[in-house]
Design a protein. Structure first.
Lengths: 379, 323
């Protein structure tokens, strides 16, 4: 598989997903040094000058004295923007660019970036200045203090009211449907550890909801208020299609978070309600029929049968869902331990685990984390 | 290889959720109950407790190397906690029980003996159950009857957590959702296990509060439907959907013949629309069922032959010495 990956360095597929213990494969250019921090910049949605972005955001990182790299993942249509980065790289700046096809989504770009980078700490930035660069050291500090995922919340904000209104509405809906106390889930400025990112199942448009998925995996998620960047003042008004997609995303997420491994609970409940409603209507019609009234011509009869059949369809769909879940249950495990734990290895390995591994879980080791958890955002 | 010798023969798996008071008495009861000739380990899983359970269990694990402590990242529920314990257990025989002291570890040697008679799963039933009648016993009685009827696996008490398993069985069943309530049915349906049932002691709750309520009835019903499907139609889902389709076609034909017979009678003018429409609805449902069944067949076909496919449990009973 290794040779394959080298030939096609820019494909993301289930099989080329690196195992946690595997070395990230260096790109075709040859072996690279490992760095501590990888900054991933998926280029989409109104990008600005990437060289300016790099210069602004690399400065505070350089001050921390830790090694880092900037990895820009850009669809080909932004070649004009990524071209000047080559100049930086030639000067010896730790800048890399991965060009992808025009149709690649942001989630895929991020996953590719994670796979192709080497840092144990991952920072993500949107392709425009969103918060002040001083936020990055704060994110690193929070990660060191025990958070698994940190979000740079834009606060205080200085962009137009229309942006703030949208954001507030979105988060109100989010909190109402999924709980939690997050204020700026859409802030693309986030920090996490590599193993946390790799443990979160991510696909489709769900990079946006990464913090919610992290909370579901039992990770500690924090928001750090950081002043919004002075240049981030564009009013963001989108076409209706974009808003429709957000709503669809929310629906999908709400379903996924609650019913991924029990689809029949969802489809079955809907189906049972519809069928029961239809059944009650049928019963009333039947009673009327006993009273001597003709019901064959009643539209209500049609409605009640329609409800029953649609209800049965829903239940049947749920059963197919359960079948798929059952067939794929296999060795997939959804639980996760706090910290590294015994018993997490493959089934064949567990007989070799020493009994003393149990002590890895002593709460004394966790005390610091517990005291940190007071500020934890939870669903 | 030296570690292999130190492996316990018996693993006792106990999920704990907010059981800070029960944990220590539980461990003492286990220590007192297991005979000296049986090496054991006790795997305690803290399922995201919000009280001091993890502190208590951490101390217990430090005191006794036979006690292992797993701590889940959040509250995943009993099924996942049990699965975590099963995955970590190292013994050839695994016993699961509740952490609330309602099960008695004194029953464990008896379960193990029964398992060694040649069963894959021995499940306890609470002969004199110490729970409330209306909120616990009656729903449980109905649920057990339903499970027996739907799954064809007649177990008196599916809700009793005190069970003993052969390791080979646990490697073949994978618990998800809330399936821990249906382990015997799943074990028979998916692994072809042989199951025995023996009476066990049951005590009233000493500490803490019960974590169950009546609200789970709807969930249990949905799970039962799933078990029924998995048990009967795992390899041939089309058969199940075809049965539904036949039912729908019968209803459709009934409505169509009703309309046909009513044709020309004085009351027919409105019925002319409604009854044939209903016939078409049922016919549509039948077609939909067939399509869904075919889709499910695709899922099953994709599964068979893949590395996830698992063959039934077996014991080879004529063993010739290797030359």
């Amino acid at each position: 598989m290794g040779a394959n990956v080298k030939n096609y360095p820019f494909t993301v597929s289930g099989s080329s997903r690196p195992r946690a213990d595997a070395d990230p494969v260096p790109p075709a250019g040859g072996a690279r040094e490992r760095v501590e921090i990888s900054v991933l910049v998926p280029v989409s949605e109104r990008p600005e000058s990437l060289t300016t972005l790099y210069q602004e955001f690399s400065a505070p990182l350089r001050e921390t004295g830790r090694s880092f790299e900037f990895l820009f993942i850009a669809p080909t249509q932004y070649r004009a923007l990524t071209a000047p980065l080559a100049e930086l790289a030639r000067k010896g700046e730790p800048v890399r660019v991965l060009n992808v096809g025009p149709g690649v989504g942001e989630t895929a770009m991020l996953k590719l970036g994670v796979q192709r980078s080497s840092g144990s700490i991952l920072l993500t930035l949107p392709a425009y200045a969103r918060v002040t660069p001083a936020a990055l050291p704060d994110l690193l500090a929070a990660l060191e203090q025990g958070a698994d995922l940190v979000i740079a919340r834009r606060w205080p904000r200085n962009d137009p009211w229309i942006n703030r209104l949208q954001s507030q509405l979105f988060h109100r809906v989010l909190r109402g449907t999924m709980g939690g106390r997050l204020h700026d889930i859409a802030s693309g400025v986030r920090g996490t550890r590599r193993e946390v990112f790799e443990a979160i199942p991510l696909y489709g448009d769900f990079f946006r909801f990464l913090p919610l998925l992290a909370i579901r995996e039992g990770y500690v998620v924090e928001e750090i208020p950081t002043p919004q960047h002075a240049n981030d003042t564009h009013a963001r008004v989108y076409g209706p299609g974009v808003y429709a997609r957000r709503i669809v995303d929310l629906l999908g997420l709400a379903f996924l978070l609650r019913f991924t491994d029990k689809p029949l609970r969802f489809f079955g409940l809907i189906g049972a309600i519809l069928s029961a409603f239809g059944g009650v209507l049928l019963l009333t019609l039947f009673i009327e029929r006993l009273g001597g009234e003709g019901i064959a011509g009643r539209p209500l009869l049609l409605l009640s049968i329609l409800l029953v059949t649609v209800g049965l369809q829903s239940i049947a769909l749920g059963l197919v869902g359960e079948m798929i879940v059952h067939l794929n249950a296999g060795r997939r495990r959804i639980y996760r331990f706090r910290g590294t734990a015994p018993g997490t290895g493959p089934v064949a390995d567990r007989r070799l685990q020493p009994a003393s591994a149990a002590l890895a879980h002593h709460p004394a080791l966790e005390r610091r984390r517990i005291s940190d958890r007071r500020q934890v955002v939870r669903t | 290889m030296s570690r292999m010798a130190a492996l316990p023969r018996l693993s006792i798996v106990v999920p704990l959720f907010n059981e800070e008071e029960s944990a220590r008495p539980l461990v003492e009861a286990v220590r007192a109950a297991i005979p000296a000739d049986l090496t054991w380990e006790l795997v305690l899983i803290d399922d995201g407790s919000t009280d001091a359970t993890s502190v208590v269990v951490g101390e217990l694990a430090l005191e006794d190397s036979r006690i292992r402590f797993l701590r889940l990242a959040r509250n995943y529920g009993q099924t996942q906690a049990m699965q975590a314990g099963f995955d970590a257990a190292r013994g050839d025989i695994v016993v699961s029980m509740d952490g609330d002291l309602q099960n008695d570890p004194l029953d464990i040697p008896m379960l193990v003996r029964k398992l060694e008679e040649g069963f894959d799963l021995v499940t306890g039933y609470r002969a004199r159950r110490q729970d409330r009648l209306m909120s616990r016993k009656v729903p449980s009685w109905i649920a057990n009857r339903l499970i027996a009827w739907l799954s064809g696996v007649s177990i008196r008490d599916n809700g009793c957590s005190l069970k003993a398993y052969r390791r080979e069985l646990l490697e073949r069943i994978h618990l998800y959702s809330d399936m821990h309530r249906f382990i015997p049915a799943i074990a028979v349906a998916t692994a072809g296990a042989s199951v025995a049932e023996i009476p066990v002691r049951h005590h009233a709750r000493q500490f803490g509060v019960s974590k169950y309520g009546l609200s789970r009835v709807a969930k249990v019903l949905a799970d039962l439907l799933t078990i029924k499907m998995i048990g009967s139609f795992r390899g041939r889902p089309l058969a199940m959907f075809a049965a539904g389709a036949i039912g729908a076609v019968v209803l459709s034909v009934l409505c169509a013949s009703w309309a046909f017979l009513a044709y020309g009678q004085p009351s027919f003018h409105t019925a002319a629309y409604v009854i044939p429409s209903i016939a078409v609805l049922w016919l549509g449902l039948a077609g939909y069922f067939i399509m869904l069944g075919l889709l499910a067949e695709v899922a099953v076909r994709e599964h068979s032959g893949s590395e996830r496919e698992e063959l039934p449990l077996y014991r080879e009973w004529i063993v010739t010495a290797k030359s």
